[in-house]
Design a protein around this ligand. Structure first.
Ligand code: DGL
Length: 267
């Protein structure tokens, strides 16, 4: 048993969609979340810069004595996971792409799938490579949807602007007859209702968050690292700049939390 908290991070509010699933599955685990609100978006930045930001964040989370880190960001997971695992060999690191691939394989029937994510995720080829390795017959159509990130950060999740943006981005994929679409960016589940409206009921929306939480649980179980805490778990939130973080946080988690601003450049 291990009562230390779990660290979770993202470029901003997106990772909260993963926190939501972790809290559901592992309610007794304490969490430390970091949202890099000063430097969001990551999706249009280079691998080198995103790796540097992620290393700083993991070093910060380590000062909070975390027992494991969840990269609740597809851009970081698909571009920097190997480098970060080498840099922090002592720390269990869970990423979101593998659970996303597994959920998609379980969901598709016609083996024509869509992937939406940031430019960084889509151009990394990480999802496509793993999907095709598991099933060479699968067809993957990809579309970067960078504007979903500021919409989610702004809380514009189901208004005319969000709907028009989603319709414009997603037409290419629905025209290809995809039967499932992977939300390959943790910000996108915040716009799930809007995305679902546009793609229609026949398309399964695959959110890797649930399977990521499951993977984390299995890891902790297998390594005897689950908490034995039965008191209310502690959940701490940190950001790198002032933003709408707290508002979106209460919308996603249905609970109010204070987010403390820290200087991430120090780490
Ligand atoms: N939420 C992130 C992801 O899953 C990053 C979005 C961004 O900062 O561009 O890719």
């Amino acid at each position: 048993m291990d009562n230390r908290p779990i660290g979770v991070f993202d470029s901003g509010v997106g990772g909260l969609t993963v926190v939501k699933q972790i809290v559901k599955l592992l309610p007794n685990e304490s969490l430390v979340y970091f949202g890099d609100t000063a430097r969001v978006p990551y999706g249009s930045k280079s691998k080198e810069i995103v790796t540097k930001f992620s290393s700083q964040i993991i070093r910060f989370l380590m000062t909070k004595n975390v027992k494991a880190v969840v990269i609740a960001c597809n851009t970081v997971s698909s571009n920097c996971y190997e480098i970060l695992s080498e840099e922090f060999p002592q720390l269990p690191i869970i990423e979101v792409v593998t659970p996303g691939v597994e959920s998609c394989l379980a969901a598709t029937r016609n083996k024509i799938v869509g992937l939406i994510g940031t430019y960084g995720t889509v151009s990394s080829g990480a999802y496509e490579k793993r999907l095709k390795a598991a099933d060479p017959n699968i067809q993957v159509y990809k579309k970067a949807c960078p504007l979903f990130v500021p919409l989610a950060e702004e809380g514009w999740v189901n208004n005319d602007v969000a709907r028009l943006t989603a319709a414009t981005y997603l037409k290419e994929l629905t025209d290809k007859n995809v039967d499932s679409i992977i939300l390959g960016c943790t910000h996108y589940p915040i716009l799930k209702a809007c995305i679902g409206e546009i793609v229609g009921e026949g398309v399964t929306i695959v959110d890797p968050a649930k399977a990521t939480a499951q993977r984390l649980k299995e890891y902790l179980e297998n390594h005897n690292m689950l908490t034995d805490n039965t008191e209310e778990a502690e959940r701490l939130f940190y950001v790198s700049d002032k933003s709408h973080f707290e508002q979106i946080c209460s919308r996603v988690l249905h609970e109010d939390y204070h987010a403390e601003k820290i200087d991430i450049e120090k780490y």
